[in-house]
Design a protein around this ligand. Structure first.
Ligand code: GRF
Length: 193
């Protein structure tokens, strides 16, 4: 599939499970003229995700899927993705692991943002583990999604200094602020040429 920048923006779905602050920053970015993407669909596994509020605020279609049966959920999501002609998926705090089958079937790109300097600290509790290991630097990474957790090709990273005073929650805040800038930058890097 050609993802060229022409008059039409690349139709994008954002997958969330919680607060959705990255979703908000992506929506704001998508509304800029320079953005190669438009956000056309918000998908969540969590009906209580706070980020779903952005659907109403920004008038973007939202869909919630019950992951009790992952296979069925993914089949339904796939149908929705096709129906909406989605070409790019941005995972943004989506807490479910997408199956290899889904990744292979989706004929587009899937991106994720992770709150560490990958390949360090894959998985959960990244800030806690970085501080416990006396790291002086942490940060965030935007990467392509492959079938291994937090392991796809890295697009961009941003370092964040860890000070002696940092706790997992202060570090999370600092990193999140950088995430909001990094995701749009990574998308520009991929699609602008
Ligand atoms: C971010 O730190 C993201 O990197 C991680 O989960 C958090 C989601 O935050 N995967 P938000 O829902 O975008 O506010």
């Amino acid at each position: 599939m050609a993802l060229l920048i022409g008059s039409k923006k690349i139709k994008t779905a954002v997958f969330i499970s919680g607060t959705g602050s990255n979703l908000k920053s992506l929506i704001k970015f998508s509304n800029l003229k320079k953005s190669p993407i438009s956000i056309n669909l918000i998908i969540s596994d969590n009906p209580k995700a706070k980020g779903l509020d952005y659907s109403k605020i920004f008038n973007i279609k939202k869909k919630i899927f019950d992951f009790e049966n992952k296979n069925i959920a993914e089949k339904k999501i796939f149908k929705e993705i096709k129906k909406n002609k989605i070409e790019l998926i941005c995972l943004a705090g989506f807490m479910k692991i997408i199956s290899k089958n889904f990744i292979n079937k989706f004929n587009g790109k899937i991106l994720n943002i992770h709150p560490s300097l990958l390949p360090k600290y894959k998985g959960l509790n990244t800030h806690y583990r970085a501080i416990a290991n006396n790291e002086k630097l942490s940060g965030c990474t935007v990467h392509f999604v492959n079938s291994k957790l937090d392991s796809g090709k890295i697009v961009l990273q941003k370092e964040v200094k860890i000070t002696k005073k940092d706790t997992p929650s202060t570090l999370a805040k600092k990193v999140l602020t950088q995430e909001h800038k990094l995701y749009p930058k990574a998308i520009l890097k991929i699609f602008s040429f």
